[in-house]
Design a protein around this ligand. Structure first.
Ligand code: NAD
Ligand code: DAU
Length: 350
């Protein structure tokens, strides 16, 4: 049995990656290290938590001594690093936590990896999961390529860019066998409702205002989270050491168009008259430093590793909306308590 560390496995994308690896690879021992911040939710993995090849460890990647001890205990053969503070708006109101977890936390994992593996790095991999936001903001045309110069513009993207640089530095300087992927916006089940899609779905369902930032003309490139997990699987097993892979769906949408799509689809599913939910749309103060457009060129992963999305956007969205409608208890559990305070602070004065 290979011991594989997945960090941030109780979050949105991490839970999909853990589920895929635990069920697809019974010969891997998957150890999920997660601090269970507001974004980490054990319920995200309730369907696989009793599998014999799955272990949950509650802990903080910012605690270097704890991380070293964990590496000593499990002698990991591989690391897939997803743990992070991930929400841009929170990085604007409180940047410090992003610097700690995304930069120092990543450094702690790299140090423990380097110390544990030493020169014995054959068949080992430290796989760092990153974002397309490190490349900055595009104009109306063009795409992010693996070679695009970094130009992060929010505290979140700056912290992720910094972690990418440190990961590459450990490859070049210390021979730590690394891989990096930079993915576009994910959508799917189990996403915390601070992010655009689950927030809108929840508000439409509850007849609450739909807060669209600015004029709603910013563009994002949306990918189904299960396809991101599939890409991570492919890169983990077939990607080359030292390489970077961009992951995206070639699926660009203006925010306002995606909110319209959600409104119309949910009106139909909820048996509401067409146009009912669009009336909930409220244009609010724009996000500070709001990146205009992200779009990924995913040619490299397609040509070199044969990966491409498995579903159309329409299929993925239908599965996603149906999941949120069928899992109201999941949503209720995380939107009570602290979420209400966050929501008031984030949207109260807009
Ligand atoms: P998320 O916020 O849903 O989950 C993050 C997880 O990390 C949570 O379970 C949280 O408890 C855990 N965590 C946070 N701080 C920790 C710490 N100090 N120690 C241990 N665990 C900690 O995030 P997500 O959307 O699933 O993103 C996962 C990764 O993918 C991040 O690195 C993010 O930058 C990257 N990414 C996200 C997207 C997206 O669209 N969501 C796209 C591209 C890349
Ligand atoms: O591109 C990958 C990134 O995608 C990831 O690295 C981040 O972790 C992830 O959070 C996401 O970042 P975004 O800032 O693009 O996602 P978010 O869902 O916060 O916002 C999507 C767009 O919708 C963005 O242009 C802001 C806008 N928006 C968002 C919220 C929450 C609104 O108009 N209203 C809202 O209430």
């Amino acid at each position: 049995m290979k011991n594989i560390l997945i960090t941030g496995g109780s979050g949105f994308i991490g839970s999909h990656v853990v589920r895929l690896f635990v069920t697809k690879y019974p010969n891997y021992n998957i150890i999920n290290l997660d601090k269970l911040t507001y974004a980490g939710n054990p319920e995200n993995l309730s369907d696989i938590e009793n599998h014999s090849n799955y272990t949950f460890v509650k802990g903080d990647i910012n605690d270097a001594a704890f991380v070293f001890d964990l590496f000593k205990k499990y002698s990991f053969e591989a690391v897939i690093h997803l743990a992070a503070e991930s929400h841009v708006d929170r990085s604007i109101s409180n940047p410090n936590e992003f610097i700690m977890t995304n930069i120092v936390g990543t450094l702690n994992l790299l140090n423990a990896t380097k110390h544990t593996w030493g020169e014995n790095v054959k068949d080992k991999v430290f796989y760092h999961i990153s974002t397309d936001e490190v490349y900055g903001s595009l104009g109306k045309t063009g795409f992010f390529h693996e070679t695009t110069a970094y130009d992060p513009r929010s505290p979140y993207s700056a912290s992720k860019a910094s972690s990418d640089h440190i990961v590459r530095a450990y490859f070049h300087t210390f021979n730590v066998p690394v891989k990096i992927s930079n993915c576009s916006n994910n959508y799917g089940s189990h996403q915390f409702p601070e992010k655009l899609l689950p927030l809108m779905i929840n508000n439409i369902k509850n007849n609450q205002p739909l807060p669209v930032y600015g004029e709603g003309i910013n563009v994002r490139d949306w990918l189904w989270v299960v396809d991101h997990a599939r890409a991570i699987d492919v890169i983990f097993h077939q990607g080359k050491i030292g390489e970077t892979y961009n992951i995206g769906g070639h699926n660009e949408w203006k925010n306002i168009d995606i909110v319209h799509l959600l409104c119309d689809t949910m009106d139909e599913k909820l048996g509401r008259e067409k146009g009912t939910s669009r009336k909930l749309i409220t244009f609010v103060k724009d996000r500070a430093g709001h990146d205009m457009r992200y779009a990924i060129d995913a040619t490299k992963i397609k040509q070199e590793l044969g990966w491409e999305p498995s579903v159309t956007f329409e299929q993925g969205m239908n599965i996603t909306i149906d999941w949120y409608m069928a899992n109201q208890q999941w949503m209720d559990n995380i939107t009570s308590g602290d979420y209400q305070n966050y929501y008031k602070e984030q949207y109260g004065n807009k």
